[in-house]
Design a binder for this molecule. Structure first.
Ligand code: NAP
Length: 231
């Protein structure tokens, strides 16, 4: 039995990944900050709801305690929760705008990872999947052939670059774990008012793939559903 925690899983990519991993045999703890929506989403797919706001130390600690009490370990952590922030031109972005987005997208990843590491260390095959974005790849945003190079999203994009860097540092420090970062690709969810061009199946391919890699799989890499993403 594989014990998996997904943050921000009451809807969108996290919810769909939860559904797919349950079908693949995982026991999924569905993290969500809203108790009503979280419980409803978990019930619908046979997951276990765990209240989890990635911006709150107490909430994260309680979620980890719940999993510890019930399962005693964690095999797969998927840091998926994210916000896009306000649409502000780069020149108008303030430190406060940045802090708000980083609180969820960057500090949230560190908060959850730091709290969950003791449980992951009790797994025989610990795995972490961090959900970044093509907008977090410097190689992608400086490639004029990629649509991401025309999206001036300073706070969100740079937060997702930080997620890539965090992944590399964690992977180097924790070589017994498989720790990778993914770009789901532009996928129709509430985050983009469903303007994304990919289906939820396509958008969760890389997440599911990296969540189910064996102990011989890669670590410290950046992937999308087609393969390696440039830094
Ligand atoms: P979404 O439908 O808006 O879902 C985002 C999820 O994160 C929701 O469940 C949301 O909960 C949750 N969340 C936000 N703040 C949270 C917090 N403080 N604590 C816990 N959960 C929180 O967006 P999505 O497209 O599925 O995004 C999932 C991930 O994929 C994000 O990291 C996003 O940046 C990344 N991504 C998406 C795309 C895309 O095209 N969709 C592309 C690249 C990367 P609430 O319902 O309570 O708000």
């Amino acid at each position: 039995m594989t014990i998996t925690l997904i943050t921000g899983a009451n809807k969108g990519l996290g919810y769909h990944a939860a559904q797919r991993l349950i079908k693949a045999g995982h026991t999924v703890y569905l993290g969500a900050r809203d108790p009503e929506r979280g419980a409803k989403a978990a019930d619908a797919i046979g997951a276990t709801f765990v209240p989890l706001d990635v911006t709150e130390d107490g909430s994260v600690a309680a979620a980890v305690r719940t999993i510890d009490d019930a399962a005693g370990r964690l095999d797969v952590l998927i840091n998926n929760a994210g916000i896009v922030g306000d649409s502000v031109a780069p020149a108008d972005v303030t430190a406060e705008d940045l802090r708000r987005v980083y609180e969820t997208n960057v500090f949230g990843v560190v908060r959850v990872t730091h709290a969950a590491l003791p449980l992951l260390e009790r797994s025989d095959t610990p795995v972490i999947v961090n959900v970044s974005s093509g907008l977090g790849s410097l190689g992608v945003i400086t490639n004029p052939e990629r649509m991401e190079s025309n999206v001036p999203t300073l706070a969100y994009g740079s937060s997702k670059t930080a997620v890539v860097a965090l992944t590399v540092y964690y992977a180097k420090a924790l070589p017994l774990m498989r720790i990778n970062v993914v770009d789901p690709g532009y996928t129709a969810t509430d985050m983009n008012d469903n303007s994304g061009t990919q289906s939820l199946d396509e958008g969760t391919d890389a997440i599911v793939q990296l969540a189910t890699i064996g102990p011989g799989g890669p670590t410290g890499g950046f992937f999308d559903r087609n393969g390696v993403v440039p830094w």
